[in-house]
Structure formats: C-alpha cells, structure tokens
Write a protein that binds this ligand. Structure first.
Ligand code: NAI
Ligand code: HPV
Length: 518
C-alpha cells in the first residue's frame, strides 16, 4: 500500500499527550486544541491532513467537506457515531478508531454503577434510602455481548450474579464460554433484576428499552447505560422510574450531552455521570497511543489498523498488493482512454484469476474504478471512495474470481451496449498489460510512465509516420509493443518520453489514438 501523506494533524480535544508526542516523533506537525467550536473547526480543518477526536467533537458532513486536505479522521476511543462516516467515505477519507483501548474502563464504570445501584452509593441517595440489596444471586441481563459486555459479565459473575444476555452476532456458544446464557429479548426482560446495555447506537438499538419492554420487566428492575444515550428511551425510562416499574438507573450517557433536560439526572433513583466511561488515565493513555501509532503506520504504508470505512484498503496492505493496485488503476485508465465512446461507463466487471488473487478481487475492482473515474471532476477518487462514487454515478461494479494457473486481472467495461476489455498481470514485480480490446500484445506492455496507444492496420510506412510525428514534437520513443493480429487492425503501444502536446496529427494517421500517464 502506498503511504498516505500525513504531514499536519489537528487534535481537537483532550486526547492523552502521548498522542501528540508519538505523532511529532514521527515527523508529523501537531496542533492540539481544547473544546473547539464547530465554526472554529470548519475554519481551520482545511490546514490539516489528519484530525484526532474523542466523542465531544462532532465531525459532521460540513466539517468533513471543509477538510479539503483531510485524509484521516482518528477516533481515540470506540464509538464513531460523532463522525459522519458516510460523508468521510465519499470524500475518500479514512476513519479509524481504537476500539479496545477503553473497554476495561467502560466495563469497570458499568460495574461501579451496578454496585452503586444495589447499595445507593451516592451522597444524595444514601440520605434518602438506607436499605440496599445484595447482588449475589441476582440476574443481570446484558444486551450487547461484545468487548464491554463480556468484561462486565465476567466481573459481575464474581459477585455471584447470574448473567444472561442477547446479541444477534456473538454466537451463543461463544458467550456461554464466558458464562452468559443467550436468549431472545422477550425471554430476557422478565428474568432480570438488573439490565445493562452495551451496543452501538443504531436504528435497531435505538429505544431497545422502551415502554413496551419496561412493561415486560420485573417491577423494580434496575438499568445501566454506559453505551450510548437513546438505547434506553429516556422518556420511557423517566415514566418507568416514576411508576416504580424501574427501581433505579445508572447513566453515563445521554441523548444530548450534557443533558439540558435535567429530569433524569435529578431523579432520586438515578445515579449519573457526565460520559466518564473512558475517562481513566489508563484508557486515555492506551487510546492516545494506539491512535497515534495507527496513523503513523498508515502514513508509512506499514499497516492499516482500526479503519472502520476502508475494508478494501485493509486487505491491500499485504506486501505485494501494491503493484496489483497499480495494475488495476492503470488498466482502468488505459480502458478509459482507449474506448472510442466518451459516454460514461454503465457496467464494470473485474475478474481476478489465480489462487493467490482470490482475496484481492475487492481492492482490484476498487483500483480499476479509481482508474476509470480519474476524469470525474472532483478531487481524485481513491480506494476508499471509488465504489461509493461509482454507485453514485450509476455504474454497476461486479466482481468475480476464477481459478487459473497464472495470476491475472481481467477488466471489462460496457459503454452504450459496447464492451471493452483489458487483461494484465504483475510480472517481475511490475504491472503489465497483456491484452487490449481483443488485441494480444506480443510483448507485455509495461504500465509505467507516458504511454501512447493507437489502433491501426499493420504497415511499416504507418509506423514510420507515427515515429515521424513523435520526432517532430521532440518526443522520444522509449518502448514499442505491437499486438498479434494478422492483417487487420490491431492495437500498438509506445512508451514515450513525454505526452504529445497535440494528438491531432497522430489521429489523422490512425483509427484510434490515446495517450496517458500511468
Ligand atoms: N461510556 C463510554 O465512555 C464508552 C462507551 N462505549 C460504547 O459502548 C458500546 C459498546 O462498545 P463495545 O463493547 O466496545 O462494542 P462491540 O462492538 O465490541 O460490541 C457491541 C455488541 O453489540 C452487539 N449488537 C449489535 N446490535 C445489537 C442489538 N440489536 N441487540 C443486542 N446486541 C447488539 C454487537 O453484535 C456487538 O457484539 C458502544 O456504543 C461504545 O461506543 C465504549 C467505550 C466507552
Ligand atoms: O469510546 C467511546 O465510545 C466513548 O464513548 C468514550 O468517549 P470519550 O473518548 O470519553 O469521549
């Protein structure tokens, strides 16, 4: 993978100082600010290649779009719901997080809230309520059995709690191996003395606990939310607290932070924190260090860790994928230049051939689309946004893999019902073109530097005329490849020292001509 140039990074809030230090030690200029307003961020973001945030900075589409040089948004923490990931993806910006750096801290705060709710450990609540309850023997329902859910389960088991849970993705046998019996939410609600939620906030988890689910719970159930505000519906929670259906709530997160509506925070049976789950020295040191190292690794082309919107890029970080990516891009560019029609493509089909390319079809197709879209009048597409941009432009991209003795990439595109095709591979570490629109080259064409393609009938006089045009323009001929094609029209490719200023003279000699730089 080619390094992503990151020279200047803005840290827009309180990220551990080790983040700045590590970035600076690796030659990156860093500005760290606290509590930037959205207006300040929009005004300044264009000066940076990278932005590092926690949860307070709202990286909305207008911030993303103002970041004309942005290549990376790093979240020193888990949730990326404060970042408009779709807007970033469309702009080709990588979004990455450090999802395990604060797991233990968030789990520990959850456990602290569960304990506080059992014994009313808060100055105010202790005055109001003297009688607590043991956790021992009680049932804890854990909704979301990922990193934090698991750590909460194993900790609360040591208090003798029975842990049950629900997660649509974590297999029941996996959670069973750390002591959590899975069941449907319908079965879970009525069994729990305590419920804690540990899912991301998304449409399927918004209002997971609502009036209907509270009604199915044991009277007096206690709930904890250290995940995201809104997973427990706030209005329903207040109603359940007031009716006694909910016996207490421990809340670290709110729909609006800090919450302007203080009804929940001020409720006598609520223990609340201002989003402190990750606020420990250890978690911050881990997240700050991890995000800095991940950015450095990406910028040096070493590895791509923690990217949430660039799966294609992640798989492209294998040692020899770089040349295949160049091949895909160059083939896209060659086909774009050599199709007679200037209409937009409607369909792109990429086939990878050969065992070792089985897992490369994803990045080969993105790379080919990057090459095909280079004339899109926006900032150049890259492997992050190629496929979303293609979809937006109405291009259908299909991929395929076929077993073959030799590794190769076949790129076919359709324009106005006509198909065009290129076949290439990486030979001796360099991308080469084997075939173009039915013409098979006698010598593979090295896809590097300035290339002149033309289609003509095989004739020595014509080739002399073409070299004459090059000489007249002061352009040197550096390599020459002709395709096998008998007497009919065939494609030729010349490696040239620079592009011709005007291709008109050449076009008068040959059927089709195109020049490009790859
Ligand atoms: N309060 C704080 O300071 C912190 C909050 N968090 C938040 O905690 C939450 C959990 O974080 P992690 O455990 O690291 O995430 P994770 O990705 O490891 O686990 C989330 C789990 O939720 C499950 N899930 C998805 N949809 C579900 C549904 N409809 N019902 C039940 N489960 C569902 C997923 O399958 C996954 O196993 C996130 O929202 C994160 O942003 C994380 C760190 C600190
Ligand atoms: O990592 C997360 O998802 C968190 O909620 C922690 O947020 P913070 O880094 O403390 O602003």
């Amino acid at each position: 993978m080619a390094p992503v140039s990151v020279k200047r990074v803005l840290i827009s809030e309180s990220v551990d100082p080790c983040c700045k230090t590590i970035l600076q030690e690796n030659g990156i200029e860093v500005t760290q600010k606290q509590q930037m307003t959205k207006e300040e961020l929009i005004a300044e973001i264009q000066n940076y290649d990278g932005l590092v945030v926690r949860s307070a900075t709202k990286v909305t589409a207008d911030v993303v779009n103002a970041g004309s040089n942005l290549k990376i948004i790093g979240r020193a923490g888990t949730g990326v719901d404060n970042v408009d990931v779709d807007a970033a993806t469309k702009r080709g910006i990588i979004v990455m997080n450090t999802p395990s750096g604060n797991t233990i801290s968030a789990a520990e705060l959850t456990c602290a809230l569960l304990m506080s709710l059992s014994r009313w450990l808060s100055a105010l609540l202790m005055i109001l309520q003297f009688m607590g309850a043991e956790l021992y023997g009680k049932v804890l329902g854990i909704v979301g059995l990922g990193r934090i859910g698991k750590e909460v389960a194993t900790r609360m088991q040591s208090f003798g709690m029975k842990t049950i849970g629900y997660d649509p993705i974590t297999p029941p046998e996996v959670s069973a191996s750390w002591g959590v019996e899975q069941m449907s939410l319908e079965e879970l609600w009525p069994q729990c003395d305590y419920i804690t939620v540990h899912t991301p906030l998304m449409p399927s988890t918004t209002g997971l606990l609502n009036d209907t689910s509270f009604a199915k719970c044991k009277k007096g159930v206690k709930v904890v939310n250290c995940a995201r505000g809104g997973i427990i519906d706030e209005a329903a929670l207040l109603r359940a607290l007031e009716s006694g259906q909910c016996g207490g709530a421990g809340l670290d997160v709110f729909v609006e932070e800090p919450p302007k509506d203080r009804a929940l925070v001020n409720h006598p049976n609520v223990i609340s924190c201002p989003h402190l789950g990750a606020s420990t020295k250890e978690a911050q040191a881990r997240c700050g260090k991890e995000i800095a190292l991940q950015i450095v690794d990406m910028a040096t082309g070493k590895a791509l860790v923690g990217a949430v919107n660039a799966q294609v890029l992640v798989s492209s970080f294998s040692p020899d994928s770089h040349q295949w990516i160049l091949l895909g891009e160059s083939m896209g560019r060659v086909l774009k230049a050599c199709t007679a029609s200037k209409e937009p493509f409607s369909q792109v089909h990429v086939t990878s051939l050969g065992e070792s390319l089985k897992k490369s079809t994803g990045f080969l197709s993105s790379a080919a689309v990057v090459g095909l879209l280079t004339e899109v009048p926006q900032k150049g597409p890259n492997l992050v946004n190629a496929l979303p941009l293609a979809a937006e432009t109405g291009i259908t991209v299909q991929t395929d893999h076929k077993d073959n003795e030799r590794e190769a990439c076949v790129l076919e595109v359709s324009v106005n019902g006509r198909s065009y095709k290129a076949v290439g591979l990486v030979q001796a570490g360099l991308p080469v073109l084997l075939e173009l629109n039915g013409s098979v080259f006698r010598q593979p064409v090295p896809l590097t530097g300035h290339l002149l393609f033309f289609k003509a009938t095989n004739s020595t006089e014509l080739l002399l005329s073409v070299t004459g045009v090059l000489a007249a323009a002061g352009v040197e001929l550096q390599s020459f490849s002709a395709s096998t094609g008998g007497g009919g029209e065939q494609w030729y490719c010349m490696g040239i020292s620079s592009l011709l200023g005007d291709i008109g003279a050449l076009k008068s000699l040959v059927k089709e001509a195109a020049q490009l730089t790859v």
